[in-house]
Ligand binder design. Structure first.
Ligand code: GLY
Length: 375
């Protein structure tokens, strides 16, 4: 195992937890969890893709540490983030007689983490849970900060709760099995974090190591997971429930991204690529609204390109995008809000007037149409 990095998340309510990042970190998960929670029973929730590999390993480690361990595998993919699957898991927990002192362990990507976290948040009014993220996206974003939930047929993440894990174990060895789309999803959130992070050194490091990351260099991957997790931990410490405005920075690029993903049909355009596109759009909007320097836009474009997040060749009707943005749960009273950058490290949450937004959306759709035509 490489040297473990431990990142603390110290919340304002006095609670805290550790995010462990290392290649091979799963080797010690049993003893780490047992030290935190000497309980009898754990239920692992994973999916049918990663479960046979990583949940099996986690189960073995927990059993060695003295736990009685059950596991439940859900179908892979976003459709498992549903009330129906959550209900099946609640029933499984009840049938296995897990009680309030027992533990749930989420092993997988963002879908599994959100679903299992929500089940943990609600079963018996809340039991402890551990996050074992196995994708880059989950390691740098979804497994940190306690956002849990399920989707409804009419929208993503519409039912949920804030419920922080008691421990997050990010073993970068799990990244070996990622698909190209999984990498893009992680790189999109990492690029976003580097722009809104208050320390410019994050962006500079990412710019200088993009090639190593694209080559999946072990050291660079550990470093980027640790840096991004550290950044997110700091944000969550200040605004765990997204109520003071600070956590909103994590939504940079997401206003357009969510609309693009919904318009294309979920799963058609990966989240990371949609976020990258949303960042390009927001940066250009910022030039007009905040007088952001075009040099920033060029630097951000170059960063995204270097991470393999090239411009999206996809378009749709601008009215449809506007309508989808208005329906997003981040909109307030119909007003569409964007995180807009002044530069790296500095951003503002801005309500953008519909007319101005339509001008930009129309131009964006037109430009995209040309890209599509050019093939
Ligand atoms: N993924 C955004 C957040 O955790 O707030």
């Amino acid at each position: 195992m490489s040297e473990e990095r431990e990142i603390s998340v110290n919340l304002k309510d006095g609670s805290s937890y550790t995010i462990c990042v290392a290649k091979g970190a799963l080797a010690t998960i049993g003893e780490k969890v047992a030290a935190l929670k000497p309980c009898r029973t754990a239920m692992i929730v994973s999916d049918e893709t990663v479960g046979p590999v990583y949940a099996t390993l986690v189960k073995k480690r927990l059993e060695e540490a003295g736990y009685e361990v059950y596991d439940a595998l859900v179908p892979s993919g976003e459709t498992s983030k549903s009330v129906e699957i959550a209900s099946e898991l609640w029933q499984e927990l009840a049938q296995r007689q897990l009680c309030r002192d027992d533990l749930l362990v989420a092993v997988g990507g963002g879908v599994v983490g959100d679903l299992a976290g929500f089940v943990a948040a609600t079963y018996m009014r809340g039991i402890d849970f551990v996050q074992v993220p196995t994708t880059l996206l989950a390691m740098v974003d979804a497994s940190i900060g306690g956002k849990t939930g399920v989707d409804l047929p009419c929208g993503k993440n519409l039912v949920g709760s804030f419920h922080q894990p008691i421990y997050t174990c990010a073993d970068t060895r799990c990244l070996r099995t990622l698909t190209d789309e999984d990498w893009a999803n992680g790189f999109g959130e990492i690029a976003k974090s580097s722009v809104v992070c208050s320390e410019r050194s994050f962006y500079e490091w990412l710019r200088d190591h993009a090639e190593d990351l694209c080559a999946h260099d072990d050291q660079a991957l550990e470093e980027v997971v640790a840096r991004t997790a550290e950044f997110k931990a700091k944000v969550v410490e200040q605004d765990a429930t997204e109520s003071s405005g600070i956590r909103e920075c994590l939504n940079y690029g997401h206003t357009l991204a969510h609309a693009i993903e919904a318009a294309a049909g979920y799963g058609e355009i990966g989240h990371g690529r949609a976020v990258a596109e949303g960042m390009r759009f927001a940066a250009r909007l910022a030039v007009q609204v905040l007088e952001t320097d075009t040099d920033f836009v060029a630097k951000q474009d170059a960063l995204l390109d270097s991470l393999g997040l090239e411009e999206l060749a996809w378009t749709c009707n601008p009215d449809r995008l506007l309508k989808l943005m208005k329906g997003d749960k981040k909109a307030r009273g119909g007003a569409i809000r964007f995180v807009l950058p002044h530069d790296f490290t500095s951003w503002e949450l801005v309500e953008v007037d519909d007319d101005l937004l339509m001008v930009h959306l129309s131009a964006w759709c037109e430009a995209k149409e040309k890209l599509v035509e050019a093939g």
